[in-house]
Write a protein of this length. Structure first.
Length: 256
């Protein structure tokens, strides 16, 4: 009696054709949405500009920018005065031992406290001073928004200093006290690039919030978000691509 032949199992489908088709359809719809939105964007910019001209008739748009710059400068000025007053504290920080875990931990805690003090002083001197006065709602939103960009950028750079101890701080024991172990050139690289990337992200976020207030529709914001996201991606890739790479020693191991 002939035995039944086992049926061949269907080949494993590594690509889900329905999911791929759905993804391609979504991409096509998104591109069509972007292309149909492009002609509307200039009119929305013109409307937003007219709103700003009316709202800021007394100050002028350049006057608003000068206002932001003035309060940022006030924050930096108060920061400078505080640094001078805290010179004894900085000297005390440098006295901690760097060759023991306890000494390095105490030094990091002192650096972190110093950074937060300066950040708080910058906030008080910029946004705090601005909030003392009474401002029209839109002017208040614009100035506070871009002051927040300066504050978060300052926060990023100050925390970068505490963690990475870049060489421009001229701390002789930086290699021993650096929380994230890396060489001096790497510390400089990541200190600046992390600050610039965060600053760009926050600047775009605040700007898009303002565009929403000025009447931009969601499709226009999505369309404008494409070049902004590309810039952010390019910055991240550039930071990774241009990072300092330790040279190989003759034995093939990484040099210290």
């Amino acid at each position: 009696m002939p035995t039944a032949q086992p049926q061949a199992e269907p080949a494993l489908n590594l690509i889900d054709s329905s999911a791929l088709s759905a993804a391609l359809t979504y991409i096509e719809q998104h591109l069509n949405r972007v292309l149909s939105t492009l002609p509307r964007i200039p009119a929305q910019f013109e409307r937003a500009w007219n709103i700003l001209l009316v709202e800021f008739e007394e100050q002028g748009v350049l006057g608003v920018l000068a206002l932001v710059a003035t309060f940022l400068a006030a924050g930096l000025g108060l920061d400078y005065v505080t640094r001078k007053l805290m010179t004894p504290y900085r000297s005390w920080m440098k006295q901690h031992r760097y060759d023991t875990p306890r000494g390095r931990t105490k030094n990091f805690g002192a650096r972190l406290l110093y950074s937060f003090i300066l950040i708080g002083v910058f906030v008080v001197g910029s946004a705090g001073a601005f909030l003392i006065f009474s401002w029209p709602p839109l002017l208040r939103e614009v100035v506070l928004g871009y002051l927040s960009v300066g504050i978060i950028s300052r926060l990023t750079f100050m925390l970068g200093r505490a963690l990475l101890l870049p060489p421009h701080l001229k701390l002789a024991t930086a290699d021993h006290l650096r929380v994230l172990p890396m060489r001096a050139e790497s510390a400089t690289h990541w200190y600046f690039w992390s600050g610039w990337i965060v600053s760009w992200f926050v600047f775009v976020y605040v700007t898009f919030e303002l565009l929403t207030t000025l009447g931009f529709d969601q499709d226009s914001l999505v369309t404008l978000g494409i070049p902004a996201s590309i810039v952010l991606l390019v910055m991240i890739l550039t930071a990774i691509w241009r990072r300092p790479i330790p040279a190989l020693t003759g034995s093939g191991s990484w040099s210290p």
